[in-house]
Ligand binder design. Structure first.
Ligand SMILES: [Zn+2]
Length: 99
């Protein structure tokens, strides 16, 4: 297990490793906005991939920080790949995440 901090402004990701004591959010040293603590399963899009980051930001803002989410049959859900899918996904599973 490892976690990451992400800055959605700068599209930067910091790897936090596996030491739980280091798991804390902090301000981005570049934009000075709060970084967001996300699961290791987050695969950051390329910096030039605007749509990819738009999608990631949309999910993260709705509490989907790439943690594992299961459906009603306890099967792991895969995260959406497009905004259209993401909107349906958030609507359907928003009760699964705590804000
Ligand atoms: Zn930043």
């Amino acid at each position: 297990m490892g976690y990451k901090n992400v800055c959605l402004n700068c599209k930067r990701v910091e790897n936090l490793g596996t030491d739980f004591n280091k798991f804390k959010t902090r301000k981005c040293p570049i934009s000075e906005t709060d970084m967001i603590f996300v699961n290791q399963k987050f695969r950051p899009p390329k910096k030039t991939d605007k749509k990819g980051w738009q999608l990631a930001a949309f999910l993260i803002h709705h509490g989907f920080v790439f943690q594992r989410i299961t459906d009603e049959n306890q099967a792991y859900l895969s995260y959406p790949k497009s905004m259209e899918e993401a909107k349906l996904f958030v609507e359907k599973y928003k009760h699964k995440v705590k804000k």
